[in-house]
Design a protein around this ligand. Structure first.
Ligand code: NAP
Length: 271
């Protein structure tokens, strides 16, 4: 607890377990934290100025409508995920600075690791076989794909990464991950023929190849996702769209990552 933070007011807009942990972590730092229900604009808000308002990943109401309830302190910041240009323009004209969590690379990488642990947990719940010795086909070679491949491989899964970047595939090979170019239909067909226990997609584009009947697809990507529900049903695949895993599987750890970013950005002595 730091006494110099007591005068710094922070509003946390509720939305998921991660936001609730975030409010507690910042309150433990000594900040004057208030939590608000998303969309409930009837809740009274103190007249005192706020240094930060923190929105969840998918706020239920328009950010601009909600922010009008708060008065900006000196150096006040609105934290949100991928705000649109109009939202940023309106916020900044009201004296707020905008911070986009999605543009923070370190946060994205650490969040990708939590996503991978969530995908592992999901896989374990959805299958009746051990991770060790399982055949996992990961689409993509970005942050989430790297973490997913690493987490499954560490438990002894036979992991193949399919992507378009030859450089990233070379890095994966050096870490003991099998690779296939995403457009190498022959290599992918051979993998499916041998047997794949799960496809884990991280590519937010409809580029997945044809897949065998009944296969488990864990789609971690955001819209437009790797495969449509209709396409998956057509091939009899078991499709699980698994968004927001850090907030579901490790909300306290996910909140701690966000709290670090907020402390760095708004200053105050922190813990
Ligand atoms: P990233 O680092 O940007 O990786 C994206 C990957 O998709 C890259 O390998 C990229 O290939 C590939 N890609 C994009 N468009 C492609 C196309 N048309 N054809 C082939 N490959 C394509 O992103 P990330 O941080 O790993 O996140 C991946 C996805 O997961 C995003 O949609 C993100 O929103 C989502 N996500 C989900 C969760 C969750 O809880 N489920 C958590 C975090 C993130 P190149 O490098 O060759 O462009």
């Amino acid at each position: 607890m730091n006494d110099s933070n007591r005068t710094v007011k922070i509003a946390v807009i509720d939305g998921d377990a991660r936001q609730r942990y975030l409010a507690s972590l910042l309150a433990e730092d000594g900040y004057d934290v208030s939590s608000f229900c998303p969309g409930d604009t009837s809740e009274p808000v103190s007249d005192a100025p706020y240094r930060a308002v923190i929105f969840p990943v998918k706020p239920k109401e328009n950010i601009n409508d909600q922010i009008k309830r708060f008065r900006a302190d000196n150096g006040a910041v609105i934290f949100s995920w991928s705000p649109c240009c109009d939202t940023i323009a309106e916020m900044t004209s009201d004296g707020w600075a905008s911070f986009d969590f999605a543009a923070d690379e370190a946060l994205a990488i650490k969040n990708a690791y939590l996503t991978a642990e969530g995908a592992l947990s999901l896989y374990m719940n959805e299958t009746s076989t051990a991770v060790r010795g399982s055949h996992i086909l990961v689409f993509g070679s970005g942050r989430v794909a790297k973490c997913v491949s690493g987490v499954f491989a560490a438990l002894g899964a036979d992991v193949t990464m399919a992507a378009r970047s030859k450089g990233e595939l070379a890095w994966a090979q050096l870490s003991g991950i099998h690779t296939a170019h995403i457009r190498d239909g022959g290599a992918l067909s051979a993998l499916f023929l041998r047997g794949v226990d799960a496809v884990i997609n991280t590519i937010p584009a409809r580029v997945l190849p044809a897949m065998p009947k009944g296969i488990l697809i864990i789609d971690l990507a955001s819209a437009p996702y790797g495969i449509g529900e209709y396409e998956a049903e057509t091939v009899g695949a078991r499709l699980i769209r698994a968004g927001g895993l850090p907030g579901k599987y490790a909300p306290e750890s996910a909140a701690s990552l966000i709290a670090d970013v907020v402390r760095r950005r708004i200053g105050g002595a922190g813990r």
